[in-house]
Design a protein around this ligand. Structure first.
Ligand code: BGC
Length: 731
């Protein structure tokens, strides 16, 4: 039975039900009621961690703690209360879902919804209230070690993909904590670098996905970034948090600090932070029993309040936000129970992984490998056998199972062909993160030369060769805390690939990575497949694509440049800055926007991705030639599957502004739709263009501006594969 509460105090035994406990009451009334009963100390206690991943509730009022978990690809295993070491639980293994780059590459919001719902169920089952993810920082440079946790280079694509993820998670009574707000686009000097960019780039490129997550997705939490912006750390940044997020966007959730991202009590009080986690104040966080009392938003805040040096307005706002979070999550008695490692989650991981893989190149139909025609398949490369769910930083997982590519290939082939494996090169033989160990023995005694010779010998014996390499989750690869050092493949893989290409022309290169890599050998390799980090079902999903059970339909969510200098961040920018500041001189020209402005041909363009079937586009037509301020213009195109197998195509709409007061990209993604077509089938794809899609952010005015004039709508299969266009005028 629910207890009643004496005004201003703890629940009493009587017939009345406390308003804040009554879920039929409006949320804001409950928040106000709970707040009115709390002491100053109780309010402050809500605002900072009490352990590595939890914060206190209000025990006296029966208000529970808040439990957070990483994020964003699966539910992180339990660590000790106040240590990063494993707690040693045996029931905290999860399903690893594909990395967010893979999800973005599906270009399918339905996959985002499935992902969000599934990972939310796992979080819920594990008793978590806040999932620390998804990440939507823009892919500005292929060197950023954390790109694999994000959704690519385009603000429109990431906005469309983040919304269903957030909604899916939150259906479970678990808050999505969208991170890292904002302009956290490199790991070099991530705790102190001050990012300098113009308001236009901020608003057009770096903020839209966060805004969509808040305003369309209804995100209940946002994580501040480590870096600075306008000289203030993003976890307590007046401009980003107070002005943009809370005032302009109307965000009513909590701002959670990144772990150790808080640096100052007064800034934390006044500049929009609500909850402080992971602070790394010297000596305080190491075994001291009162470490958490010393957090910036703990005793130091309480002392300022008690001395009357700061008022309670900010305190009440922060505590209200945390109460709102608690009512939405841990105190929501109607939320579902969730599930962990269910067959459905496994199937979801496999489906998303298969749909996100991108067939970059396929000359002569090398893929899919036809098992009725090959007797021996040589699989070469460390990433064929290396578990990838362990490592990479805070997104590292402890999985119930992980199917490696070689296992997936062997399972799919069965006894229909022989599969021989050769290592080819040695990359990273370690396999642990914070006490989670893969248990794999990847030690190797052969020299680099012998490994190549053995791989070449295997390739000569085989009818088909599949090289599986790329990056991994160790430092300076795809990993948190450091950036990559080069665009090229590490560990001498280029040499291995060249040798394999010379030995056997029936070669497919599969890249497991969260980033673009250089491919000096690309003309000598007939097939290249981008397979990403694809989670628990990585191997099965890869085999689905390699042998054709799944027809690839992924498209690149970021540009693969031929050279590092071809990216705006490296040509015009000052990556990684001077240690104190990094200036984004590339402005709005990120990714394909840069390549198209500079007329640079990328290795593989944004939006590119092939299929085992072919699609023909009919003429692109519009229902009118001009658009009024309140009007709508409809563009349509017929897309036909002209091949002999079913397939899906992400049809893309880009818009270019032909006359504008400010420089604009040649064209920008403004719509996409994925259509699944049987052989011979035709479907009409339509896009509605409205004036709000045509604007740019004018920094001088501090506002979005839509200028009349001529625009071009481009429809195509990739940013560099436009199949038709229509010109229209905005009146
Ligand atoms: C990362 C966050 C993560 C947090 C908690 C930080 O180092 O930047 O993304 O959620 O740790 O593990």
């Amino acid at each position: 039975m629910l207890a009643a509460v004496a005004c201003g105090g703890a629940p009493q035994r009587s017939g009345d039900v406390a308003l804040y406990l009554d879920e039929s009451q409006p949320l804001e009334k409950r928040v106000a009621d709970a707040l009115a009963r709390m002491t100053l100390e109780e309010k402050v206690a809500l605002l900072h961690a009490q352990s590595k991943f939890s914060s206190a509730g209000v025990p006296r009022l029966g208000i529970p703690e808040v439990w957070c978990t990483d994020g964003p690809h699966g539910i992180r295993p339990e660590v000790l209360w106040d240590e990063w070491d494993q707690a040693g639980w045996t029931n905290d293994s999860c399903t690893a879902f594909p990395a967010l780059t893979c999800l973005a590459a599906t270009w399918n919001p339905e996959m985002s919804a499935l992902y969000g719902r599934s990972i939310g169920e796992e979080a819920r089952y594990r008793g978590k209230d806040v999932l620390l993810g998804p990440g939507v920082n823009i892919y500005r440079t292929p060197l950023n070690g954390r790109n694999f946790e994000y959704m690519g280079e385009d603000p429109y694509l990431s906005s469309r993909m983040v919304v269903p993820y957030v909604q899916g998670v939150q259906q479970n009574g678990v808050a999505a904590c969208v991170k890292h707000f904002a302009v956290n686009n490199q790991e070099v000097q991530r705790h102190k670098v001050d990012v300098v960019l113009d308001d236009r780039a901020l608003n057009e490129i770096y903020l839209p996905a966060f805004r969509a997550a808040v305003q369309q997705g209804g995100a209940w939490a946002i994580m501040g970034a480590y870096n600075k912006y306008k000289g203030e750390h993003c976890c307590h940044n007046r401009y980003l948090l107070n002005d943009i997020l809370k005032r302009n966007w109307g965000f009513d959730g909590v701002v959670i600090s990144d772990w150790g991202g808080v640096h100052d009590t007064r800034e934390a009080i006044f500049n929009g932070l609500d909850m402080e986690f992971g602070t790394w104040t010297d000596g305080l966080n190491w075994g001291a029993t009162n470490a958490y009392d010393n957090y910036y938003l703990a005793r130091p805040y309480l002392e300022l309040l008690r001395k009357g040096e700061v008022g309670t307005e900010e305190l009440d706002d922060k505590a209200s936000r945390v109460l709102r979070l608690i009512f939405r999550t841990s105190m929501n008695s109607r939320k579902p129970f969730g599930s962990l490692c269910s067959p459905e989650h496994n199937a979801a991981a496999r489906r998303i992984a298969g749909e996100g893989m991108v067939l970059l190149r396929n000359e002569g139909g090398v893929l899919p490998v036809d098992l009725s025609k090959v007797k021996t398949i040589a699989v070469v490369g460390e990433n064929a056998v290396k578990m990838m769910t362990v490592g990479g930083g805070s997104s590292s997982l402890k999985v119930k199972h992980e199917c490696t590519p070689l296992e997936g290939i062997r399972a799919a082939v069965g006894d229909r062909a022989g599969v021989i494996y050769e290592r080819g090169y040695v990359g990273d033989v370690t396999g642990d993160y914070n006490g989670v160990v893969t248990g794999q023995d990847l030690s190797e005694k052969r020299s680099a030369r012998a490994l190549i010779d053995d791989a070449v010998a295997a390739a000569r014996r085989a009818d088909a060769v599949i090289f599986i390499g790329g990056l991994n989750k160790s430092d300076h690869q795809d990993s948190e805390g450091a950036d990559r050092l080069q665009l090229g493949l590490p560990y001498g893989q280029d040499e291995v690939i060249e040798a394999l290409a010379a030995a056997n022309s029936n070669l497919a290169v599969v890249l497991v990575s969260g980033n673009a890599v250089a491919m000096p050998w690309v003309e000598r390799v007939p097939a290249v497949l981008q397979a990403w980090y694809s989670g628990s079902e990585a191997g099965n999903a890869l085999a689905d694509v390699v042998f054709g059970a799944v027809n690839p339909s992924g498209k690149l969510p970021f540009t693969f440049p031929a050279r590092l200098e071809d990216c705006g961040a490296h040509a015009a920018g000052e990556y990684p800055g001077d240690g104190e500041r990094v200036v984004y001189r590339d402005g709005i020209f990120v990714g394909y926007r840069w390549a198209e402005k500079e007329n640079i041909k990328p290795l593989f363009a944004f939006g590119h991705g092939l299929s085992y079937t072919t699609f023909a586009y009919g003429g692109v037509e519009s229902d009118r030639t001009s658009l009024t301020a309140s009007g709508k213009l409809r563009v349509r195109v017929d897309v036909t599957n002209t091949g002999s197998r079913e397939g899906a195509e992400a049809v893309q709409l880009y818009i270019g502004d032909e006359e504008s007061s400010l420089p604009r990209p040649v064209k920008e993604l403004k719509g996409f739709e994925k259509v699944r077509l049987a052989p011979g089938e035709t479907r009409t794809v339509t896009f509605d263009i409205t004036p709000d899609m045509l604007g740019y952010y004018d920094d001088a005015k501090g506002a979005w501006v839509v200028e009349p004039g001529e625009f071009t709508a481009y429809v195509g299969a990739a940013s560099d594969d436009i199949r038709g266009r229509v010109v229209f005028t905005l009146k």
